[in-house]
Design a protein around this ligand. Sequence first.
Ligand code: AMP
Ligand code: MN
Ligand code: MN
Ligand code: MN
Length: 283
Amino acid sequence: MPIQNADLHCHSIVSDGTLTPEELAARAAANGVQLWSLTDHDEIGGQQRAAAAARALGLKYLTGVEISVTFADETVHVIGLGFDEQDAQLREGLAATRGGRGARARDIAAGLAAVGIADAYEGALKYARNQELVSRTHFARFLVETGVCRDTGEVFRRYLVEGKPGFVPHRWATLKDAVRWITQAGGVAVIAHPARYRLSANEEYALFTDFKAHGGRGVEVVTGSHTPSEYVTYAETAREFGLAASRGSDFHSPGESHTDLGQLPFLHGALTPVWELVADRVR
Ligand code: AMP
Ligand code: MN
Ligand code: MN
Ligand code: MN
């Protein structure tokens, strides 16, 4: 039986999720997921726990990560799947990508302090179980806790996106490096949730063209960040650029995420599933 219920995108407490790798594995299995990957932001510290938990549940597993990239002045996310987690260059690249987060978090807090929100650095850090990975999500949780906003979506809209007081421009990894780290470690690189980026049509074309040229091989088509009409748009992009298609919920937290693990529609049968490209890496 070919795999249909693959969920190859979600986050644990190792980045900005609220569940442990073990809790996510159990939730994926309970929701009927057949092939799973934990893809924490810029960090693979949860991989051994995720793989072990999946094995204990009889759930197939691919190593995973979601790398933050700067392309055309926009932050773009590149998913890596099926890589060797011991690969030294990948580990160094991820450490370097994580490296700027501490100073950025202090700048975010300074921006918030300027509009009267005190102690946000300490507040966000309290939510970050991995102190190397303070993310905007942790600030959002703090601002909900303190009653500044009703939910994290409102925090992003009012405080954390470009033009707002807590937004800090940041240089992440280059597209070329991120794709290279993943592919040289034996994995496959996938553009995450392409509909989310504020890129012009020309910039998006350049993104996929450059991504292919660097060795990238997949695009997320069915994700919690896309509408059904965007599934169609990016299925067409996959066909146009000769990319395989991925499926993943981008689940972060039971209280926050609209899309649970394993609940999205399956990929259209005409697409090549990205997991077929790394079938030999499935554990
Ligand atoms: P960072 O890597 O610190 O820039 O944080 C990015 C994370 O913030 C994403 O991975 C999402 O989890 C979260 N995020 C981004 N935009 C939004 C939004 N509009 N609403 C809720 N969460 C968001
Ligand atoms: Mn996130
Ligand atoms: Mn993302
Ligand atoms: Mn994600």
